[in-house]
Design a protein around this ligand. Structure first.
Ligand code: ATP
Length: 238
């Protein structure tokens, strides 16, 4: 893998049982970039994220972080190395308080650092501070997505993997989530964003990959793909 890249995936194949879903996918994420991974339902986006976070076995190819192979590292070691996945559907613990949900995200870190990280998350998402002692279940869908992002930040991630953060949210809320994702990138966090909402993802991405039935069909700067006729017809319904 390219040692300059935060993450480099080379010729990666993976699947479920005898069914191969990814057929030799290659991608690079440079430090500080916001990279989008778009493509139709079932193209293999989630499978690729799961390979990167280490919960899905790889049958061919390699994954490296800063040039060091991690292809066969256990998921928990990848978390320690700074890879953090925010799964689809948010999965906040609804009966637990908002602050306790956030603290869970920092469980691998020294207690002394937790307070500082909490303050950083509260500065980014003031609504979480206002309601910190209320159960997470009282939050709206968009606020729960903020909580899921905040919880991920509590682990001081180097690479944040976001799986469909806009899923099931109303358009105004989606716009807010995308603004927040851009804020995280501006704060220096490297992000891989998986989205069905290709238009919004390409609009904020530094670089993007289009996945089609387990292959990279196209790649380029987000703004360039947004202007590409093929992408506009196939993925943006234009
Ligand atoms: P979506 O946006 O619907 O999640 P995706 O691009 O993320 O789509 P994947 O979830 O990676 O796609 O799925 C890719 C293919 O693998 C699909 O054909 C899907 O049916 C299949 N698949 C996904 N998970 C499993 C599983 N646990 N067992 C068997 N097949 C699976």
């Amino acid at each position: 893998g390219n040692p300059e890249a935060m993450l480099s995936v080379v010729g990666l194949s993976s699947g479920y049982g005898r069914i191969e879903v990814l057929h030799g996918v290659s991608m690079q994420i440079m430090p500080g970039q916001l990279v989008a991974l778009v493509g139709a339902n079932g193209a293999g986006k989630t499978t690729l994220l799961r390979c990167i976070s280490g919960v899905q076995p790889v049958s061919r190819g390699s994954i490296s972080m800063h040039g060091e192979p991690i292809t066969f590292d256990e998921a928990k070691n990848r978390v320690r190395a700074g890879i953090c996945q925010v799964p689809e559907g948010r999965h906040v613990f609804k009966p637990m308080s908002i602050e306790d949900n956030l603290r869970l995200g920092g469980y691998l870190r020294p207690a002394a650092e937790i307070r500082t990280s909490l303050e950083e998350v509260y500065a980014l998402f003031p609504v979480l501070r206002e309601r910190h002692d209320q159960p997470a279940g009282v939050l709206s869908g968009g606020q729960q997505q903020m909580l899921a992002l905040g919880r991920a930040l509590m682990g001081k991630p180097k690479l944040l993997l976001l799986d469909e953060p806009s899923m099931g949210l109303a358009p105004l809320v989606v716009a807010e989530i995308f603004r927040n994702i851009r804020l995280l990138r501006d704060a220096g966090i490297t992000i891989l964003l998986v989205e069905q909402n290709a238009r919004a993802a390409l609009a904020i991405a530094d670089y993007a990959y289009v996945l089609e039935t387990g292959n990279v069909a196209l790649e380029g700067k987000g703004a360039d793909l947004l202007r590409d006729d093929q992408v506009r017809r196939a993925y943006l319904g234009m």
